[in-house]
Design a protein around this ligand. Structure first.
Ligand code: KMH
Ligand code: ZN
Length: 310
């Protein structure tokens, strides 16, 4: 009998949605981001999806200077694949957003495949006081956010990054984004195997449920045949249940405090590592092995950790 393919766990360590008030575990200093990323890798995350933050205030940052300190530490301490976000701001231009990836030339970076309303304003009502001044307006203001990713933006990002041979984590927030990707792949912008991250449960995108996942996967099969690999991230409480579902359907999984602050219903996670460990145990308990970083490199066709610029 053919062996089951291994499951890649990505850990998205801090992101740009949650704020320090929401959980004491959310890392934002260079040391906290490095320490939690390294622990997540040791627990079984083969890929680390990384955003930066201002180390004083915890506000999301896309300044390459805020990435450099933790990238160096992570590289020294782990063999994990580093994936740098190009979606760390809902207001900056695409050229600003890709600067960290252009600077550090990681093995992977995110590539958001369409424009959408992108909101988390509903979270604001849960907090009466805030740790930092910027947080309340940031969270409430997301009610008016459009996350802009036009065809021209995506083309500019793909063309600028093409010489660096970075594998994209294509963020697919809805079924139409698969068609956007197909059109651009047909124009030669992306190399097989393409890597899809089905993003489920963001307000503005598709909801996190099994029927929707089956529809996304069926559509991807129709459009990309054997030329793709896929993973699921579900926002909030659905995170770990949908990750386990994806693994049972032959997909890869993404967890981490970027996408959910919880370890179980109503209980905050102590760390990224805790979410990775729980997910790993569930996946392994159901008979799937978890991929090492080198196995993830093989599955996704990555350039190698020795060809990055950090
Ligand atoms: N925070 C996720 C819902 C990116 O970094 O480019 C989407 C994301 C986007 O990870
Ligand atoms: Zn991200």
């Amino acid at each position: 009998m053919a062996r089951k393919p291994k499951t890649i766990i990505t850990c998205a360590v801090t992101g740009a949605i949650h704020t320090p008030t929401m959980s004491d575990a959310l890392p934002y200093t260079y040391d906290q981001i490095a320490t939690q990323a390294i622990a997540a890798a040791e627990a079984g995350a083969a890929i680390l999806h990384l955003h930066a933050r201002d180390p004083e205030t915890g506000a999301p940052s896309i300044n390459p200077d805020d990435f450099a300190p933790f990238l160096a530490r992570i590289k020294q301490a782990t063999d994990a694949v580093v994936n740098i976000s190009t979606g760390g701001s809902l207001t900056a231009s695409i050229q600003e957003r890709i600067k960290p990836a252009v600077t550090f030339k990681p093995e992977m970076c995110s590539m958001n495949m369409g424009s959408l309303n992108f909101s988390f304003h509903g979270l604001a009502a849960r907090y009466k006081t805030w740790k930092f001044d910027w947080e309340k307006a940031y969270v409430e203001g997301s009610e008016g956010n459009i996350f802009r990713n036009t065809f021209k933006d995506i083309k500019e990002a793909a063309e600028t990054l093409a010489p660096d041979e970075i594998k994209f984590e294509h963020e697919i927030y809805d079924v139409g984004h698969l068609y956007n990707l197909k059109a651009m792949a047909d124009q030669g912008h992306f190399k097989a195997p393409i890597f899809l991250q089905f993003v489920m449960g963001i307000m503005g995108g598709i909801g996190a449920d099994v029927e929707n996942l089956v529809f996304l996967k069926r559509t991807a099969d129709k459009l990309f045949g054997d030329d793709y690999r896929w993973s699921v991230l579900a926002a909030g409480m659905s995170q770990i249940p949908m990750a386990v579902t994806a693994s049972q359907m032959g997909g890869h999984v993404r967890v981490g405090l970027e996408d959910s602050l919880f370890i179980s219903r109503g209980e905050l996670a102590e760390s990224n590592e805790a979410q990775v460990t729980k997910t790993r145990h569930l996946i392994e308990g159901l008979g799937h092995a978890v991929a090492t970083p080198d196995e993830a490199r093989e599955i996704l066709g990555l350039k190698g950790g020795d060809r990055v610029n950090f």
